[in-house]
Design a protein around this ligand. Structure first.
Ligand code: NAD
Ligand code: GLY
Length: 369
C-alpha cells in the first residue's frame, strides 16, 4: 500500500466536533478504507466535470461499486464561468431527481470550481448534507478543498455568494497531478507561495531552493509542498474558521486578484495567475507604505517569474480596478481592507490605504501597452 500523510483540521469546539482529516498520497481515489466510514448509507452523489470525468470518474465509481456503494454522477460543464447559480441548480435538479436524502453525501471530484460548487450545494441542499472533497488540481489540493469556504461567483463579484461549510474528509490523490496541464500546475504554485509569504519564511526559502523540482513534478518535493501548505492552512482555519481576523491573511493578493478575474471575465485569467499578479500589487503597496523593502519585493517577483506566473496585471484603468475591488468581501463601511506584508513570512490584515497611493500602485503594476 502507498504511504500516506495525514493533516488534521481541528474544529473540535462544542457543541459539535467537526474536525476532519486531509489524507495525502498516491492513488487515494482507490483507498476505500478511508472513504467508506463516511458513506454509511451506501449511497453517494459524485459531482465532477466534463474534463475530470473521463480521467478519474470510472476509477472512483468502480472502487465504490466493489464495496456495494450505489453512486450516481453529476457531470457539469468545465470552467470558472460555470461557477454560478445556473450550474448550482443543475446539482439541485439531479439531487432531487435521485431522491437524495439528508444522509446522502456529495463527493466533489475535481478542482476548486467543482469543490466550491459542491460544497455550497451540500451546505444548502436539505439545509445541509455530508460533503467529501477529492481535489484533483494542485490549487484545490493546497487550498480550496481545505477550510470549508464554498460558493459561487456573481457577475458583479467573485465568490460573493456562499457559505462556510466544512467537508467530512479530504482525499488528496497526488497521482491525479500527472494529467494536470502545466498552466494549471503553475496556478496552484501561486497559492503555495502565498503560505510562505504570510506565515513561514523557512518554507519560502525552501520554495526558492526547490522550485525547479516542483515545476518538474518531483513526487517528494510535491508531497512536501502540499503537506506544508495544508498544515499552514489547517492551523489558520482551526484558529479562525469564519475569518474574523487571522484567516483573512489567506487572501493575500486576492483583493487585486479577484478584481482581475471579475474585470477580465471569469475564466480568462486563471485564479492562481490573478493571485500572482495581485500578490505583486500587494507587495508593491506594502513597499510604498515602508512595510517591506524593494529587495524583498524583487525576491518575491523573481520567484513568480521563475514559476512563469504573471507579475503584472492586465492593462485596465485604476478606476476599473477600484470599481471591481469595491465588491470585495473584506470591504467594511465602504473602505477596502488590504492584506499587506510586514516581511517575508509575516503579513497583517484589515489595513486601509489612501486612494492616491493605491492608484499609484495600480498604475505601476499593470502590463506595458
Ligand atoms: P478549476 O477547478 O477550474 O480546475 C482547473 C482546470 O483543470 C479545469 O479545466 C479542470 O477541469 C481541470 N482539471 C482538474 N483536475 C484535473 C486533472 N487531474 N487533470 C487534468 N485536468 C484537470 O480551477 P482550480 O484552479 O482548481 O480552482 C480555482 C477555483 O478555486 C476558483 O474558483 C477559486 O475561486 C477557488 N478557490 C477556492 C478556495 C476556497 O477556499 N474555497 C481557495 C482558493 C481558490
Ligand atoms: N482561500 C482563502 C481561505 O480559504 O480563507
Amino acid at each position: 500500500m502507498n504511504a500516506i500523510e495525514t493533516v488534521e483540521v481541528a474544529l473540535d469546539t462544542p457543541p459539535e466536533n467537526r474536525s476532519y482529516a486531509i489524507h495525502i498520497g498516491q492513488e487515494m481515489i482507490s483507498r476505500m478504507d478511508l472513504l467508506l466510514p463516511h458513506l454509511p448509507g451506501k449511497k453517494a452523489a459524485i459531482i465532477t466535470n466534463t474534463t475530470v470525468a473521463p480521467l478519474y470518474l470510472e476509477k472512483l465509481r468502480n472502487a465504490l461499486a466493489n464495496h456495494q456503494v450505489n453512486t450516481f454522477s453529476i457531470i457539469l460543464p468545465d470552467g470558472e464561468q460555470y461557477k454560478n447559480w445556473e450550474t448550482l441548480n443543475l446539482i439541485f435538479d439531479a439531487l432531487l431527481e435521485h431522491r437524495c436524502e439528508r444522509k446522502t453525501p456529495l463527493i466533489a471530484l475535481g478542482g476548486g470550481v467543482i469543490g466550491d460548487l459542491t460544497g455550497f450545494a451540500a451546505a444548502s441542499y436539505l439545509r445541509g448534507v455530508p460533503f467529501i472533497q477529492i481535489p484533483t488540481t494542485l490549487l484545490a489540493q493546497v487550498d480550496s478543498s481545505v477550510g470549508g469556504k464554498t460558493g459561487i461567483n456573481h457577475p458583479l463579484g467573485k465568490n460573493m455568494i456562499g457559505a462556510f461549510y466544512q467537508p467530512r474528509l479530504v482525499l488528496t490523490d497526488t497521482a491525479t497531478l500527472a494529467t494536470l496541464p502545466d498552466r494549471e500546475l503553475r496556478a496552484g504554485i501561486a497559492e503555495i507561495i502565498k503560505y510562505g509569504l504570510i506565515h513561514d519564511a523557512d518554507f519560502m526559502d525552501w520554495l526558492e531552493r526547490h522550485m525547479h523540482q516542483l515545476l518538474a513534478r518531483d513526487p517528494a518535493a510535491m508531497n512536501y509542498a502540499i503537506r506544508r501548505s495544508c498544515e499552514i492552512k489547517a492551523e489558520i482555519v482551526s484558529l479562525d474558521e469564519r475569518e474574523s481576523g487571522l484567516r483573512a491573511l489567506l487572501n493575500l493578493g486576492h483583493t487585486f486578484g479577484h478584481a482581475i478575474e471579475n474585470a477580465m471575465g471569469y475564466g480568462e485569467w486563471l485564479h492562481g495567475e490573478a493571485v500572482a499578479a495581485g500578490t505583486i500589487m500587494a507587495a508593491e503597496l506594502s513597499r510604498r507604505l515602508q512595510r517591506i523593502t524593494s529587495v524583498e519585493v524583487d525576491r518575491i517577483r523573481h520567484l513568480f517569474e521563475v514559476v512563469g506566473l504573471p507579475v503584472t496585471g492586465p492593462r485596465l484603468t485604476p478606476e476599473r480596478y477600484l470599481e471591481s475591488m469595491q465588491l470585495d468581501k473584506k470591504v467594511e463601511s465602504g473602505a477596502i481592507r488590504f492584506i499587506l506584508l510586514d516581511r517575508i513570512g509575516k503579513a497583517s490584515a484589515g489595513i486601509t490605504v489612501p486612494t492616491p497611493l493605491l492608484i499609484e500602485t495600480l498604475s505601476a503594476c499593470v502590463a506595458d501597452a
